[in-house]
Unconditional design. Sequence first.
Length: 237
Amino acid sequence: MTLSSTKPTLVCLSGLLCDRRVWQKVASYLEPEADVHIMSFAGFDDLTEMARHVLSTIKGEFAVAGHSMGGRVALEIYRLAPQRVTHLALLNTGVHPKSDKEIPGRMRLIDVAKQQGMSALSTQWLVPMMSPKGLSNEHLMADLTKMVESYSVEHFEKQIHVLVHRPNAEEMLAQISVPTLLLSGTQDTWSPVSQHQAMQEKIVGSELVVIEEAGHMAPAEAPDEIALALQTWLKRA
């Protein structure tokens, strides 16, 4: 008698101005052992609708890994349907509500996009997100720049609306009861390691992985290390 095993479903959620290019190398590493789906959110202007879109697209139970804004979508998925989430991974993200200091910065970026275009926005938004090591990778920077420029100004403005109106997700951390991975890079100044350490204190049994020399775009900057961390996480019961 032959016993067959079904690969787990892994859903990788993209962040602000991101698409499958952030996740594609990680996915290729993991495809032999997981049914990997990459989802992004161009055109959405509501966090809950993003989460509902994932839940309606993916069938059954699944592991979910969210990068940056995608981490907030992952938490909203867990809030709406915890019974469907087997594993939760939050990469380069946060749970805190918006701050008064944050909003002017985001509005300024919208002005840049409207007045100078998405190419100028890429220079002012993407470059500060990267680690020195990432910035020195010409192929990677060209790929990520094309990714940002593939978004319209309207879609960027909608995603900023999502972030400006995001809920405070801190209170729900204590309710998480599935294997949880928290991950950031030592060069991520937007969602630093300390932010993930604070989340780890509130999620029972969670694991924190720190990627050396990686910035905010860690899945694209260090895909092999990210894939290894996710591989280990998926095996946790």
